[in-house]
Design a protein around this ligand. Structure first.
Ligand SMILES: [Zn+2]
Length: 290
């Protein structure tokens, strides 16, 4: 294949439920296939009408002026055939069961998949992969909060994955990988920044100073929202219960200090926070009133 830079960007060719079961069947049977894709020891018999419309890389390869268009064969070198298979399956069926956050997949594999999909230039799939990375990290952050905000329960494989993602998001030249940054910063914030109190994690942050800076920015702005009392104090604790629904929860995506009157007329600052449910409802209302 020639330079990917020559591939023309175009809007997502398909959205939502336009995947058809018959397309999945075409992939399985290979019937009426008119092109071949090879990666490593894997070969797929595919259909121009399906893959070229949904993937600019294949469109360029099979409908362009390259020899691949004449031969009807594209070889993808240096990529993992498993990941190529995932992308092809998604192009045909929209299926993500092998790599979504429910599958138990690690963040580093999703980052590798993101890199491949960036190469194949499938914007819609990139967005989906980022949302799966968010889900995996959100689950880990919930576990940290449930463990009394103690990040020391994060296991080495998870941290290796996390910093692999961080290295890709911050140290790769291409701006395409900036999309991976937000989930990483969100993760630090969703642990109520307790990851920053863990010396070994802090040490590893030195490998990606950009992430350290972004976490610091989030830390001092508390997500960019001055809290309801105008305080921007750094809060690394979670409250005992949600300030809105009054229920005891094990996850608080948003916390702040509230100026309260005590029964004896004195004033003090109390740590309060929204649980996930109330925070989402709050964001919805804010969106509606805008
Ligand atoms: Zn609540």
């Amino acid at each position: 294949m020639s330079s990917r830079k020559s591939i023309q960007k175009k809007p997502n060719a398909f959205i939502g439920d336009t995947f058809r079961a018959s397309d999945a069947e075409l992939l399985k049977s290979g019937i009426l296939s008119d092109v071949m894709v090879i990666c490593g020891d894997q070969t797929w018999n595919l259909h121009k009408t399906v893959i070229c419309y949904r993937c600019p890389f294949f469109e360029k390869a099979f409908l362009g002026k390259f020899s691949e268009a004449r031969d009807g064969t594209v070889t993808i070198n240096g990529e993992d055939p498993v990941l190529v298979g995932w992308a092809i399956t998604w192009l045909y069926s929209g299926a993500s069961s092998e790599w979504n956050s429910e599958s138990g997949i690690g963040v580093s594999k999703l980052v590798d998949f993101f890199q491949l999909v960036d190469y194949l230039d499938i914007d819609q799939l990139k967005t989906i992969i980022v949302s799966q990375i968010e889900s995996v990290l959100l689950k880990a952050a919930r576990d940290v909060q449930a463990n009394n905000n103690d990040a020391s329960n994060l296991v080495e494989p998870f941290l290796n994955d996390f910093f692999y993602a961080a290295n890709t998001a911050y140290n790769t030249g291409s701006t395409a990988f900036w999309a991976l940054r937000q989930p990483l910063v969100d993760f630090a914030a969703n642990t109520r920044f307790s990851v920053c109190k863990n010396p070994s994690i802090w040490k590893r942050l030195e490998e990606t100073p950009g992430l350290g800076t972004d976490i610091l920015r989030r830390l001092i702005t508390n997500g960019g929202n001055a809290d309801e009392d105008g305080s921007l104090l750094v809060l690394t604790q979670t409250p005992a219960k949600c300030v809105r629904c009054k229920k005891e929860r094990d996850f608080y995506p948003f916390t702040w200090l509230k100026d309260v009157d005590t029964s004896r007329g004195a004033r003090r600052l109390a740590l309060v926070g929204n649980c996930d449910t109330c925070h989402q409802a709050h964001l919805e209302r804010a969106k509606e009133s805008n």
